[in-house]
Design a binder for this molecule. Structure first.
Ligand code: PLP
Length: 476
């Protein structure tokens, strides 16, 4: 089939156009007029294109699986994979599928997204953490090195390793070397490419996980490539990994995946075939112009080149003007109606994608210029260097799997020290856990969380000021 086709999208539209009288699910019966307030905002198509599993094509016997397979094959071709799976529960689900049949130990950077941890937890494998390293000036996580991987893997029977490429901040590891080392250790190398789907479309961006010889890669197509939220793709380099992932999908996925979501992935893939390079290079150019303009504003610091591996994530800071990233995010939202992707103590990230235009990025730059002028009143002296450093790896008292099955109670954060966490405690974004179930709450973790709360950093896993810990503390 040709890349100029979009078999699933076309079949779905064709079913709608035929006006088939539906005596099948879903209960809205494809009517675009049942819920006027929803229709007013969403348009009728959302319902009209939402049959549960019928699509119009006599050659495929109205079978959406075959249209989906054709669509996935086209995506595999475009992204340089052997096989692709479309996902309706985000990259989270793709990571779960890749890890589902892994046994023994899985090596992951501690600075991995929660989905990697939960994937390992569900499969019952044990996580070996490659400790987080931070850039001393920017306080952003640095990708792991081969040496750090070797230190963690020594004497272990590794079934897989998962690397994040790029990190939320756009930093990238020497991925090829890491993957070669994982293969040397006889394990699968998987890549969490949630933020890197666009790499495929420009030679001026880092190489992709598949180009670096990864066995399986998951991308949030919705994050960088414009599909609807929660739609992602899992690419595998071999039939073996595809079989593992598709068997896991059969077990874990809803039996009624949204055809709208799947067909949108198909149509986005067609557009990327037609215009992906043009759209991504336009985004790259816009991002570069934003960085250059912000660099010229007194008091504004932009992530330097040696850390700016993916320039479409514009990381900048007004710390010299006394504003934390979290304050900066709040001011941009309150006073300029602009929402950035992420903020932390020092930085914010403005994500530039194929959805941006010159006019939009100009608005961002003008707002930051204006804020820098106002910072005399809003800010203060330069921010002190991070007063609380990232906590050392907590002691693990129980496996994640065991811990989430124990009885738990909520206790005030201050009283949690020495107790065993029953839940993930995760500043969000970037979604990287400070505590995973089964880990002992250390003094450093309590202090770090108190510091995050003081800055107004949203923390998932804290209910107000209480944290869930295991009732029977005898385990520690
Ligand atoms: C690095 C990373 N991996 C995985 C995920 C999960 O992706 P999704 O939201 O598509 O499930 C995210 C989401 O923020 C992420 O940042």
């Amino acid at each position: 089939m040709l890349q100029s086709a979009a078999p699933l999208w076309e079949a779905l539209c064709s079913y709608k156009d035929k006006g088939v009288l539906p005596f099948h699910t879903p209960g809205h019966k494809l009517r675009g007029d049942l819920f006027p307030r929803l229709i007013e905002e969403l348009g009728p198509g959302v319902f009209q294109l939402d049959p549960s599993d019928e699509v119009e094509d006599t050659t495929i016997n109205h079978d959406f699986h075959r249209a989906l397979e054709a669509a996935q094959q086209l995506a595999a071709q475009l992204f340089g994979a052997a096989y692709t799976l479309f996902l309706v529960n985000g990259t989270t689900s793709g990571l779960h599928y890749l890890l589902h049949f892994m046994e023994g130990a899985v090596a992951i950077p501690r600075f991995s997204h929660q989905a990697v941890y939960t994937g390992a937890m569900l499969s019952g494998s044990e996580c070996l953490y490659i400790p987080a390293q931070f850039d001393p000036e920017w306080q952003i996580p640095l990708p792991p090195t081969v040496e750090a991987l070797r230190r963690v893997a020594v004497g272990q029977s590794l079934s897989a390793a998962v690397f994040t490429h790029p990190t939320y901040y756009g930093t990238c590891a020497q991925l090829e070397e890491l993957i070669a080392e994982v293969h040397r250790l006889g394990a699968y190398a998987f890549v969490d490419e949630a933020h890197g789907g666009h790499f495929r479309f420009s030679l001026n961006l880092p190489s992709t996980g598949l180009e670096a010889q990864a066995d399986g890669v998951v991308q949030s197509t919705h994050k960088n490539l414009g599909s609807l939220t929660q739609t992602s793709m899992l690419h595998s380099a071999s039939g073996e990994v595809y079989d593992l992932a598709s068997r896991a999908r059969q077990i874990l996925e809803t039996t009624s995946p949204s055809l709208v979501f799947l067909a949108v992935l198909d149509e986005v893939r067609r557009t990327l075939h037609e215009r992906g390079q043009e759209l991504v290079s336009n985004a790259l150019e816009l991002a570069r112009s934003v960085s250059a303009r912000l660099e010229s504003v007194p008091g504004v610091l932009v992530l330097p080149d040696h850390l700016r591996h993916d320039p479409t994530k514009v990381v900048f800071s007004l710390r010299e003007l006394g504003l934390t990233g979290i304050q900066l995010e709040g001011l941009l939202r309150r006073d300029y109606n602009i929402q950035v992707e992420l903020s932390d103590y020092y930085n914010v990230i403005a994500l530039i994608t194929l959805g941006d235009t010159e006019e939009r990025v100009n608005r961002l730059c003008s707002a930051v210029e204006d804020l820098a002028r106002r910072a005399r009143h809003l800010g203060g002296p330069p921010l002190p260097v991070h007063q609380v450093s990232y906590p050392p790896l907590p002691k693990q008292a129980l496996s994640m799997r065991d811990a989430v099955r124990r009885q738990w109670e909520a206790v005030p954060l201050k009283a949690a020290q020495g107790r065993v966490s029953a839940a993930f405690v995760t500043p969000y974004p970037p979604g990287v856990p400070l505590l995973v179930p089964g880990e002992v709450v250390s003094r450093e973790v309590v202090e770090y969380l108190q510091w995050c709360l003081g800055l107004g950093w949203p923390i998932r896993g804290l209910d107000g000021l209480t944290v869930s810990v295991i009732k029977d503390n005898a385990v520690c």
